[in-house]
Design a protein around this ligand. Structure first.
Ligand SMILES: Cc1cc2nc3c(=O)[nH]c(=O)nc-3n(C[C@H](O)[C@H](O)[C@H](O)COP(=O)(O)OP(=O)(O)OC[C@H]3O[C@@H](n4cnc5c(N)ncnc54)[C@H](O)[C@@H]3O)c2cc1C
Length: 601
């Protein structure tokens, strides 16, 4: 069975040494409570909960899955009890607004905890994970009465939330939704329609489930401008604010799927269910984006969590498994064979996992700081918001693509045993596959990055970030020991802007050029962004080594991984540039009948 140990040393490295969270917290209005002692306690307790409670349930969840019986969904053994412990530990309220019973700690702390949850048990983590996004929407766009009615219960953890967007005929293109909302005399709405693929849509872990549902009013304009957002609880709140009468929403079935078996993926039938409008009519999609943006970062975190746990188990196996001798002669002559970690190809796979895990952690914790700054408001908020907008599709798509690669390499490191269920490595591959799909596929994230975030802002958001990278490289110009990183980073940073211009120019003649370049462009952007964090990591490690440290192996390991990243992973950008530059012609030239199938022999 796979194991998991929360990587507290590396988490502390990123928080304390690389990104200076103590100063960051000191500058936040709600940062006082995030004292070093509190942060330490949260990390320790989070590690204990995820290692001892959630990890042992991960394979149970995969093997048992959820079961469905006449509208009732039962989660795998132990899931409900683990959720109870999570609620009793006060975790759901940690970063929520004190006005609704929250503890008011910065969001970034919740994200650090979430990394551990994603590594330990991705399927379980999605039950509380979706509630967080739903609470954000209610907090920002709900009325006081709605907050009173729903938010406190969700903050407490006794009610959970969902996001109901997808319908059988539409996922990416939400303008096509058919779910209807009929205004009622009492000011509520009757919601009717079918939603599919609703994560945590029905389960046995909480007393009530609060669905946030996209639907169309009778007078709605066509397309995505005509979508409104509604709160539809499973049980209507009674006069005491408790779960009362059953509402007209039922789970019709659950999906049998490739991975995340422990999480229920539900068909939800709304049959005149009573709903409450959030905000103004027809503006629902913009409100839902609050939840979708949080969920996109959350899915990026799932990519990171799986990368980390795949690495930990692969490393342990590679140290233990004896096969063949090192090409340079026996490294462990006293043993029957050398452990496979001596082989260059196994090291390539391990270092790929390590580079994605630790580089990804730096990127996503940086994003977490941006989220804190946006929440805090004030003068930094606009800049943070722009950077966050730019980095969100990169976090979502690049870290999930990396997570899938890391999980796949985990299977490879285990050899044939990786393919066998009981070792648990194949579960990570199956679980990670969905992260590249939901919350907008990699293709959709790529269009968002290149089309909406960069070209539509005339490259302004990208310039903000590349300026920051340029500033770092410039400041380190005289640092010859760092030149192996900063020289390449500086070239790529400049090339990033040039490539953007090239694609932008082509797109003025032909919009398909954006779609043809976008996924390569996103992956390129991800590699350069991670290079920036690896160069900073190298600098921090160099400084620690120069100042004298009793953790030499830790910091030398950082430098060695940075070197591996620059020498073995970053050159992938060359292929991406080449494919980006060949443009749309070879993709679009083929006529439909030339695709084949239908040719007569
Ligand atoms: C396990 C699971 C859990 C889920 N949880 C939820 C949930 O909780 N709530 C919810 O509402 N939904 C949920 N979803 C739905 C998920 O978000 C959608 O499946 C996803 O957004 C893709 O939509 P689709 O499946 O309809 O694919 P489609 O939209 O049909 O896309 C099919 C393919 O076409 C591509 N494509 C589509 N449009 C374009 C374009 N303009 N340019 C380039 N490529 C394009 C896509 O990238 C994809 O490769 C879940 C799905 C699964 C499988």
């Amino acid at each position: 069975m796979p194991t998991y140990k929360a990587p507290l040393r590396d988490i502390r490295f990123v928080m304390d040494e690389l990104l200076d969270f103590p100063t960051h917290y000191a500058q936040l209005p709600n940062g006082d409570d995030a004292s070093p002692e509190i942060v330490s306690a949260i990390l320790q307790e989070g590690a204990k909960f995820t290692e001892e409670v959630l990890t042992p349930l991960n394979q149970v969840g995969d093997s048992q899955g959820c079961s469905y019986n006449e509208g009732v969904v039962t989660t795998p053994d132990g899931f409900k009890e683990a959720y109870q412990q999570y609620v009793e530990g006060g975790w759901p309220s940690m970063t929520q607004d004190p006005a609704y019973g929250g503890q008011g700690l910065p969001s970034s702390l919740g994200m650090v905890l979430n990394e551990m949850v994603c590594s330990a048990n991705l399927s379980w983590g999605m039950y509380p994970g979706l509630s967080h996004g739903a609470m954000d929407v209610l907090l920002h766009h709900g009325t006081d009465a709605q907050k009173e009615m729903f938010l406190s219960k969700m903050v407490e953890g006794s009610w959970t939330g969902t996001m109901c967007l997808t319908e059988p005929h539409c996922g990416t293109d939400l303008g096509l939704i058919r779910t209807k909302a009929e205004p009622q005399a009492d000011g509520t709405y009757a919601i009717s329609g079918t939603k599919i693929f609703i994560s945590a849509g029905e389960h046995d872990m909480s007393d009530n489930i609060v669905h946030l549902v996209l639907a169309k009013l009778p007078d709605a304009p066509g397309g995505s401008k005509g979508i409104s957002l509604f709160i539809v609880p499973k049980f209507m709140p009674d006069a005491q604010g408790e779960a009362g009468e059953r509402n007209g929403v039922q789970c019709g079935s659950i999906e049998h799927k490739m991975g995340i078996h422990g999480n229920s993926t539900c068909v939800m039938n709304f049959d005149g269910a009573q709903g409450y409008l959030i905000g103004e009519p027809h503006k629902g999609l913009s409100y839902m984006f609050v939840m979708m943006n949080a969920a996109r970062i959350g899915v990026g975190m799932q990519g990171l969590g799986l990368t980390e746990v795949a690495y930990q188990n692969s490393l342990a196996y590679a140290r233990d498994r004896l096969q063949m001798r090192s090409l340079n002669g026996p490294k462990f002559p006293e043993k029957a064979a050398d452990p496979i970690i001596v082989h260059p190809d196994v090291r390539r796979m391990l270092l790929t996992q390590k580079a994605f895990a630790e580089g990804g952690r730096a990127l996503i914790y940086y994003t977490a700081q941006l989220i804190d700054k946006v929440h805090a408001g004030g003068e930094d908020a606009n800049e943070a918001n722009e950077l966050l907008g730019l980095l969100t599709p990169i976090v979502k798509a690049f870290l999930t693509e990396a997570g899938f690669e890391a999980a796949n390499e985990g299977v490879q490191i285990y050899g044939g045993h990786g393919f066998i269920h009981e070792w648990g490595m194949e579960q990570f591959v199956r679980d990670s596959r969905i992260t590249r799909l939901y919350e907008g596929t990699t293709g959709i994230q790529a269009l968002d990055l290149l089309g909406r975030k960069i070209l539509m802002s005339q490259g302004e958001s990208l310039k903000r970030f590349t300026k920051q990278v340029h500033k770092f490289c410039k400041a380190e110009e005289g640092n010859s020991e760092l030149a192996e990183f900063t020289t390449t980073l500086s070239q790529l940073n400049q090339e990033w802007g040039e490539l953007t211009m090239q694609v932008g120019m082509k797109a003025m003649q032909n919009r398909d050029e954006v779609g043809a370049a976008s996924v390569d462009y996103l992956m390129y952007s991800g590699y350069v962004t991670l290079a920036y964090f690896w160069a900073q990591t190298a600098k921090t490690a160099q400084t620690a080594l120069a100042n004298g440290t009793n953790e030499t192996a830790f910091y030398q390991g950082k430098l060695a991984t940075a070197r591996f990243y620059f020498q073995k992973l970053l050159p992938r950008t060359r292929a991406l540039v080449a494919t980006m530059q060949t443009g749309a012609d070879s993709l679009m030239a083929m006529e439909d009948e030339q695709f084949g199938l239908g040719f007569e022999i």
